[in-house]
Design a protein around this ligand. Structure first.
Ligand code: COA
Length: 177
């Protein structure tokens, strides 16, 4: 539905549709890196080229978006984003994974996130943009709050992380009027 609008251009990153040829050994290694997946349920799965192709194929057949995040300056792929639409409800739920750990804490994740949230919240068909994270994922909480999203709900002690229950936080931003 929105594929025509890509790539989106941020200050530090460009956001392209993720293509079949983006499934590289480097990409698979992000998904198998315990540090990258420590706040995600991906940590319970081992990934390989076949599992990544299956995941990619699900997006090809859907109206949801699977996106590649690339540095503007050198074109390096550093991560991915997903957007799941509920068209009947006018909502879009966003996720991000900056898999290239060497570029963490350099502002790339924030630029990708804010570029996407700003763009989605200007689309007439989208009433509300949503996202969620574990309360222990401080980086993700900063991304959401810095992009103008507000805390909407907390599921107390929802998931077990390192043997301890942790809250899951849900954030939202409404269509820009
Ligand atoms: C969370 C993630 C997207 C952050 O990306 P990043 O490029 O490292 O983040 P940025 O450099 O743009 O930083 C954005 C903000 O978060 C803060 N931040 C980033 N990582 C942080 C961390 N580990 N702890 C605390 N704050 C952190 C930065 O200080 C910055 O805040 P500020 O601008 O208010 O100072 C990235 O670490 C990642 O993809 N992690 C693995 C996957 C993941 O957890 N995805 C989310 C699942 S819900």
């Amino acid at each position: 539905m929105f594929a025509y609008a890509f790539p989106l251009h941020g200050r530090k990153v460009d956001i392209f549709p993720f293509e079949r040829h983006d499934i590289t050994d480097t990409y698979v290694s992000w998904l198998n890196d315990p540090e990258v997946t420590k706040f995600s349920n991906q940590r319970f799965h081992e990934h390989n080229l076949e599992s990544c192709i299956r995941y990619f194929d699900k997006f090809v057949k859907s109206n949801n978006l699977f996106l590649s995040v690339r540095r503007c300056d050198n074109g390096q792929a550093i991560g991915t984003m997903t957007v799941y639409f509920a068209h009947h409800h006018g909502t879009a739920d966003v996720g991000i994974l900056i898999g290239e750990r060497t570029v963490w804490a350099m502002g790339y994740g924030q630029d990708a996130w804010s570029t996407m949230i700003d763009w989605l919240s200007c689309q007439e068909a989208i009433r509300k943009v949503t996202a969620g994270t574990l309360a222990s994922n401080k980086g993700m909480i900063n991304l959401m709050e810095n992009s103008g999203m507000e805390l909407e709900a907390v599921r107390k002690n929802q998931e077990i992380v390192e043997d301890k229950p942790v809250d899951v936080l849900y954030y939202a931003k409404w269509h820009a009027s």
